[in-house]
Ligand binder design. Structure first.
Ligand SMILES: [Zn+2]
Length: 334
């Protein structure tokens, strides 16, 4: 079975060449921490590097050949010298049993070559026990094992983990690179620019938006805020619906809408919004809540995103936030 080998994205070429150069000079450390915003392709770059390192005949540009035994096994997800350490379910924590596989793996000899590679992504999702277990492997590195950690929030990692990895900040795409890449992948030609604005310029995040699933969640957020402001729906009905749909994406979209509400409240005419297509629906909401209250809600929502990742009771958290919204909206109707 042949599969297309993994390549870096166009905006990653320079950093890719740098990594390949260091690898050829045998100057890669035993752990790299790839950082950068959500949706710019950190995990993809890690995967391309892993495949290239396990490839028996990498090309001139350092990417994998896609045909050799190493590449075939990698593509099939069954290379014995490769481990992917990720949450069992998206949005959940990485537990210690996943990391123990790295510990066991590190003790082995490479089966096909000398090198073994493990990717930990997102590394900021390691729970406490998992982080401590990983720390042990970082403290006692073995020569031929490369650990690739990916994180959009490196500050959330244990400082001791951070300090034992070499940080590699990945460049975001320029607007032109992102636009060209996205244009080739979305059906509606005019949509690319809007999708990029909504995703803060992160091409992969923009492509995910294009799939519609994320936009449906955004619609459930803005729709519910309108319903609350017009008192068409009860707070607990809203929070229950949001909880069923997944607390974290709801909170992220709420952050995005709140940032826009703050912009509209501060400069109604000239505000550049993250959700330009929602301007007409956001404007009346912005008029109902004062700036200070919006900032408080934004703080609470962003804090909520982190709490949900640490597995607090998400249902209670959403209830609290929705009730706060309802209280602020009610204040206007009095
Ligand atoms: Zn190959």
């Amino acid at each position: 079975m042949n599969a297309a080998p993994l390549k870096p994205y166009p905006w990653q070429i320079a950093i890719w060449q740098e990594l390949v150069r260091r690898q050829r000079a045998d100057r890669l450390p035993h752990a790299l921490l790839l950082t950068g915003p959500q949706g710019i392709g950190k995990r993809s770059l890690a995967a391309a590097l892993a495949q290239a390192l396990l490839c028996e005949q990498p090309g001139e540009d350092g990417t994998a050949c896609g045909r050799c035994r190493g590449c075939t096994l990698y593509a099939a997800g069954s290379h014995p010298d490769f481990l992917m350490v990720e949450p069992l379910e998206e949005g959940k924590a990485i537990t210690v049993d996943r990391v123990r596989r790295v510990v066991a793996f590190q003790g082995l000899k490479g089966q096909y070559g000398n090198r073994r590679v493990a990717i930990v992504s997102p590394a900021d999702r390691l729970n406490v026990n998992a982080a401590n277990a990983l720390l042990k492997t970082l403290e006692e590195p073995t020569e031929d094992t490369l650990l690739l950690l990916c994180s959009a929030r490196p500050a959330a990692l244990l400082p001791t983990i951070r300090s034992r990895c070499q940080q590699v900040p990945l460049p975001p795409a320029t607007l032109a690179q992102a636009g060209e890449w996205l244009q080739a992948r979305v059906e509606e030609a005019g949509a690319a620019a809007d999708l990029l604005t909504m995703s803060g310029g992160a091409p992969l995040a923009a492509l995910e938006l294009a799939s519609g699933e994320q936009l449906a969640i955004r619609e459930s957020v803005i729709g519910a805020l309108q319903a609350l402001s017009e008192r068409r729906e009860l707070p607990l009905e809203v929070s229950e619906r949001w909880f069923k749909g997944g607390a974290e994406p709801v909170l992220r979209w709420q952050s995005s809408c709140l940032a826009d509400l703050i912009r509209l409240r501060s400069a109604p005419q000239s505000a550049r919004l993250s959700n330009p297509d929602l301007r007409g629906r956001l404007q009346p909401l912005a008029e109902q809540v004062d700036l200070e209250a919006l900032y408080r809600l934004l703080d609470r929502t962003q804090q909520g995103v982190q709490q949900v990742q640490r597995q607090v009771n998400a249902q209670l958290l959403l209830e609290e936030i929705v009730i706060t919204w309802a209280r602020y909206f009610r204040a206007v109707h009095r």
